[in-house]
Design a protein around this ligand. Structure first.
Ligand code: SF4
Length: 365
């Protein structure tokens, strides 16, 4: 494990428009995360939290600005990186633009919002993740609605025109009432932005992703919700957003794509055979993959033993006593700790953020 990130530069090496984020120069700002959101693999696998110093980030950003105008900050959560506002200002002073991967709403300072809004930053993502306060306690988001609304108002007030609000649906313990809080919260954000004197209303994009359970997280035992139920929830959200009086659009990830992600995320070595079959049959487009997976499912249900039923890895909750496919990989996180976090989720209890100076509870420090 690298304790001091400053000793190793981690930034874009291959610069081509052909790649994902090809228009940016990417710099890694942190590894791990202090907040402990219970769905997040990066927040558990890469513990404990480590930050690159702001001096180093500015130096790397300066180098990147000779290649690209936009510097992408990579890490789990960027608003709590020490000195991030100074880095954003330094980039803006040199005519560039900082693009952070994700911002925790209650950590966005006015200085950071102002620096991000300079040099044409027209769109920023804020991630409430869940619509209701209850669900945010379940996932350990440690984020209140006033924090979200304040952040949205501040970003738009500083000149950011378009806001992206990132949510998940199909989370463990979720009810329809929680789902309907996603459009309701969006409506309240929109109303507040419209009422602000300095606020120009641009567009609010609700980015909605079905929950995909990930290894080494407290939700690793949970099933992905079935696709029909997710489609119904997405339709509910779409209908409610459609009634809002304002420029709001919905970008929803397909539940079928989430199904495939969960299969790869949660499967064991037998998934290799399924991937082999998808390759042999030349399934590349999401629709082709989905059709083939349905075929494999039908074969397995009819008693075929050539391939496992993909549902066994996707829509089946794993037993707490089960040996999990990834248990042999050691990320220095106690399994009992993940289980205790799962239990706290059930009772809507939140855990405190990491204090790496004295805590040893999860095993990573
Ligand atoms: S030991 Fe404590 S401070 Fe360190 S990563 Fe685990 S929970 Fe966070």
């Amino acid at each position: 494990m690298i304790k001091d990130l400053d000793r190793f530069d981690t930034a874009s090496l291959i610069l081509t428009e052909e790649s994902v984020f090809g228009d940016m120069y990417l710099v890694e700002a942190s590894r791990g995360c202090q907040w402990g959101c219970r769905f997040c693999a990066a927040g558990f696998m890469y513990r404990p939290i480590r930050y690159r110093s702001s001096d180093k980030l500015v130096a790397q950003a300066e180098h990147g600005l000779s290649e690209r105008r936009v510097i992408g900050l990579v890490g789990a959560e960027m608003a709590s990186v020490p000195g991030v506002a100074e880095v954003a200002e330094a980039v803006a002073d040199r005519g560039g633009r900082l693009s952070p991967s994700s911002l925790k709403a209650d950590c966005i300072s006015p200085r950071l919002a102002s620096a991000l809004a300079r040099n044409g930053n027209r769109s920023v993502t804020v991630a409430p993740e869940a619509g209701s306060e209850r669900m945010r306690r379940v996932i350990n988001k440690n984020l209140s609605e006033p924090d979200i609304i304040r952040a949205a108002e501040m970003m738009v007030g500083e000149g950011v025109e378009n806001l992206k609000l990132y949510f998940m649906c199909g989370l463990p313990e979720e009810t329809d009432a929680d789902v309907l809080e996603i459009p309701a919260l969006t409506a309240r954000v929109l109303a507040r932005i419209k009422s602000g004197a300095r606020c120009r209303v641009g567009r609010i994009t609700v980015s909605l992703n079905p929950f995909v359970p990930k290894p080494w997280t407290p939700f690793q035992w949970d099933a992905m919700e079935d696709t029909a139920s997710l489609k119904r929830k997405i339709a509910m959200i779409r209908a409610a957003l459609g009634k809002l009086d304002g420029p709001v659009e919905l970008e929803a990830e397909s539940p079928r794509e989430a199904y495939f992600q969960t299969l790869v995320s949660r499967g064991d070595r037998r998934v290799g055979k399924i991937l082999e079959r998808l390759t042999i049959r030349r399934c590349e487009e999401p629709g082709e993959i989905w059709r083939e997976l349905r075929e494999i499912r039908r074969e397995a249900a009819a008693g075929g033993d050539e391939l496992p039923n993909p549902d066994c890895f996707v829509t089946r909750a794993y037993d707490y006593h089960e040996l999990l496919p990834w248990d042999f990989i050691d990320h220095h996180i106690h399994k009992w700790f993940l289980l205790s976090e799962r239990g706290k989720a059930r009772f809507e209890h939140q855990s405190k953020p990491c204090d790496v100076t004295r805590c040893t509870v999860c095993g990573a420090c």
